[in-house]
Design a protein around this ligand. Sequence first.
Ligand SMILES: Nc1nc2c(ncn2[C@@H]2O[C@H](COP(=O)(O)OP(=O)(O)OP(=O)(O)O)[C@@H](O)[C@H]2O)c(=O)[nH]1
Ligand SMILES: [Mg+2]
Length: 459
Amino acid sequence: MERDSRSGEGIYALASGEGVSAVSVLRLSGRGTLGLLEVLCGERQRGGVHSFPPRKCVLRRLFHPHTGMLLDQALVVYFESGKSYTGEEMAELHLHGGLAVRRAVIGCLSEMEGWRPALAGEFTRRAFLGGRLDLQETEAILDLVNAETEEQRRQAVHQLSGDTGRGYRDWTDTVKMVLAHVEASLDFPEDADFDAFEGGGRDVIEKVCAEMKYHLGRAKYGERLHQGLLMVIAGEPNVGKSTFLNRLSEREAAIVTSEAGTTRDPVEVRLDWNGLPVTVVDTAGLREDAGDIEQMGIERALGFLERASVVVWIKEAGKRMKGRAWQRMVPQGTPMVELYNKIDMLREDKTSRHREGGRALSYDVSLKTGENWMYVKGELEKLLRGLVVGGDQALLVRERHKDGVMKARRSLLRALKAKDLVLVSEELRQAIRHLGTVTGKVTTEEILDVVFRDFCIGK
Ligand SMILES: Nc1nc2c(ncn2[C@@H]2O[C@H](COP(=O)(O)OP(=O)(O)OP(=O)(O)O)[C@@H](O)[C@H]2O)c(=O)[nH]1
Ligand SMILES: [Mg+2]
């Protein structure tokens, strides 16, 4: 059976990237796809057997139906409705990858009645509306397309694998079952010779609450991996902050000079640090007597410290530092590493004495000569990895998921405290509704718009 898309129109878009490539893939979805293929390829159904067997690649010449002009020779794959990504009839045209070929075929499609270019995320939106995907899977597809590092890919694939969806479904089914028992004893109090909730339901709900608590506790790992980590480099002027950024990113990302106050604008570099998505930010040196422009840089630096996942505080080994007060600007709970830099300048008899404890891990290093650098880099990576540990297996990776589960859990906790079965059933119902917002069983246009906003065209 054909599923109605909201508009009923056919849509098309390039599914492969822009630019020249060997092959580019054009995707079509909507009722009438088969008819369109026949028109484009100049073929007619013969004796009920059409020339596009579903899910088979066939080589065809494409013509402009109005002018008869040959456009390209393409591999055509046809998908029946109900057995395609969107759930509608679909096709893929594997064209030659040149710009002019693409332009000609797309130009031709734009002249076809009932067909228009797809909006960003529209294929996936149709898949969702057609019941092919739930909202979580939809987001996972988006994440997979956008994954920049290996760890992010693993997380997205895990979300898509259905294991996570099963987690929510199990909770929902369990709560539904308890609700059914509670309702039964409300409807037929004379038959209920036991209190449905006390006799089993309570234990089950307590167990679900405990599981939710466990997953909420781990949500921060999942969210960090999903969003990427922010490593902020801070310290007084001229200590080697920009040298650190350049060494880490293996290029001259920031200007290094012997003058204090070189860096003013924050310099951001995105890194794939052995699979971890990390944005490293070099900031203006912190000092009291800064000029106006430098002061603006310092304010931006402090803004980054607020948001940091990790702070790398650089100091000069063997030198007394004045700016202790600055370090208090790092929020409690943000992990901090102190690097005592320029150990190449220390005299033989002088060591950097800095192991007085405190909240930070401290290391000696020379960012210029590279002494101790590999060790420090390894330690930093360990720290970062610790912040996303298990993030690829996390159930909750977005604020939206956390929010839904948190609210569902609150309802369940209220149900456990309720003195009256009517209240219990009301709270259980609420919990199911909140879980539904995560999977999309309960959706509003608003949620859909948020989810699909970040999609690219052709997906
Ligand atoms: N001897 C020595 N010099 C270093 C080392 N690391 C950095 N420097 C030098 O210290 C000076 C300042 O380095 P930067 O990286 O620009 O320092 P910064 O902290 O970014 O300075 P501002 O941007 O001004 O706050 C430069 O001349 C660097 O070459 C080191 O390990 N040993
Ligand atoms: Mg600098």
